[in-house]
Design a protein. Structure first.
Length: 189
């Protein structure tokens, strides 16, 4: 249990709560996977490429379902479809999660199965899993656990090393399209 004290004044009292409907929102049938996917697409995500080594070759897969899980021990999570070829390797060998910058769209496409001719990947090989040079951030991990996530498997990795580039902005994915952060808005206060 934590020692966090919640300030109850910032939460609506359940006894006073009223059901509200969102203007312009129409309820959808949960059984419609396309509509559910479209609705989930309203949550902008960063873009990562999960990389690993098999034999003498380096491989990767573009993943936008990534999150931190724990600081002690340091754990992160990625979600991969059960059909992913990478899944076979991830629970038995080190892997890296490369957070892509807004200048790495071609790298994201390369590992999403849409490679462009003439787009070389520059690898960094050190003591951990292979990683992509120039990424906004990286986390080199060892497998921690895998969990059933319906049609996906949730893979937890224990972070061994990590790093970041401060001058780069993230590549984003929103409503099925690639994007980047808006320009910084000046503070008018």
């Amino acid at each position: 249990m934590t020692d966090i004290m919640w300030n109850s004044e910032i939460y609506e009292n359940a006894a006073e709560a009223r059901t509200r409907t969102m203007e312009g929102a129409s309820p959808a049938n949960v059984a419609d996977p396309r509509q559910l996917r479209n609705t989930l697409g309203n949550f902008a995500t960063g873009v990562t490429v999960l990389t690993y080594q098999s034999g003498d070759a380096f491989f990767g897969v573009t993943v936008n379902s990534f999150t931190s899980v724990s600081m002690e021990p340091p754990l992160v999570l990625v979600s991969l479809t059960r059909r992913s070829r990478a899944l076979t390797y991830l629970l038995e060998r080190p892997f890296a999660i490369n957070v892509l910058g807004d200048d790495q769209l071609q790298t994201a496409l390369q590992f999403a199965g849409q490679p462009k001719d003439g787009h070389p990947i520059e690898w960094v090989t050190d003591d951990g899993a292979p990683r992509i040079n120039g990424s906004l951030a990286y986390f080199q991990c060892t497998p921690w656990a895998g969990y059933d996530g319906g049609d996906h498997i949730l893979v937890l990795g224990r972070v061994q090393t990590y790093g970041q580039k401060d001058e780069t902005k993230p590549l984003l994915f929103y409503r099925g399209k690639w994007g980047s952060l808006a320009a910084d808005v000046p503070d008018n206060s």
